[in-house]
Design a binder for this molecule. Structure first.
Ligand code: UDP
Length: 241
């Protein structure tokens, strides 16, 4: 578990965003994993997830407060959260400023339709290279289409760990592109689902808001986040002897 925390990006949100913009500008191929407790818990169970979390070619950022707090418990200094939804939104803005292109894979068709309308209105200089919803049976074929389109930004919204594993499987076929698994970010950025009000974000209670809105998330929350806390505590005790 500790090895995943050591892989985390340590600097501030603004430093990260500046690097991201430079990578996009210079066509530097990048794969970002926005880690939440679930991601690290999957890593311990799933060899593919473990391999990608440990790969130096992959940038791992602390999406949620659970990862930032867990890092502190294991004496890993992480400046702050870098939420995936902010990465997705900033990429759209940078892409617009730099005249780049975007491909989206995942989420529901109506979410993609709404997202395309938002992009055309708010980020008209960002070209939409393609959009394929996340319920097609053959995701590898979808990725072959992405490879043909050679987009600059690739957002994959299938949920953890499917989105990360899919990107990792196809990453070597690409010469450029900023790849991010964005979970439910397109639901929010398209206006289809509300992000938590500022109060919840400010007090690091976004996770609580999401459960309150969607109680079916409770089981998932218990299986990842609650077990995660016990797991990190155990690792902390090991560390301190
Ligand atoms: N999704 C998908 N295909 C699937 C399962 C999920 O496209 O087979 C999408 C779903 O529509 C949602 C996203 O994946 O947009 C996952 O969202 P969730 O909020 O569960 O992810 P989180 O942000 O919690 O990782």
């Amino acid at each position: 578990m500790k090895q995943y925390f050591d892989r985390l990006y340590k600097n501030t949100n603004s430093a990260f965003m500046a690097e991201l913009r430079r990578n996009l500008e210079n066509n530097r191929k990048t794969f970002i994993v926005t880690a939440n407790p679930e991601a690290f818990m999957f890593g311990e169970k799933d060899p593919e997830m473990d391999a990608l979390l440990m790969d130096d070619a992959v940038t791992v950022v602390a999406d949620g407060i659970g990862i930032v707090k867990g890092a502190a418990m294991l004496d890993v200094q992480v400046a702050e959260r870098i939420p995936g939804v902010d990465i997705a939104e900033n990429l759209m803005q940078y892409g617009h400023e730099l005249g780049k292109s975007i491909f989206m894979l995942g989420s529901k068709q109506e979410v993609l339709d709404a997202m395309c309308r938002v992009l055309a209105e708010k980020y008209p200089n960002l070209t939409i290279a393609g959009a394929i919803h996340g319920y097609v049976p053959d995701k590898d074929a979808a990725f072959a289409e992405i490879a043909q389109a050679k987009p600059d930004i690739i957002l994959v919204a299938l949920g953890i760990p499917a989105q990360e594993k899919l990107i990792y499987k196809h990453f070597s076929k690409f010469e450029k592109g900023i790849f991010v698994g964005v979970g439910g970010s397109l639901d929010v950025l398209s206006g289809s689902k509300e992000r938590a009000p500022a109060f919840f974000i400010r007090h690091n209670l976004e996770w609580f808001y999401r459960i309150a809105k969607e109680p079916k998330r409770i089981k998932r929350f218990y299986n990842s986040h609650v077990k995660f806390i016990f797991r990190v505590r155990k690792e902390g005790r090991k560390l301190r002897g």
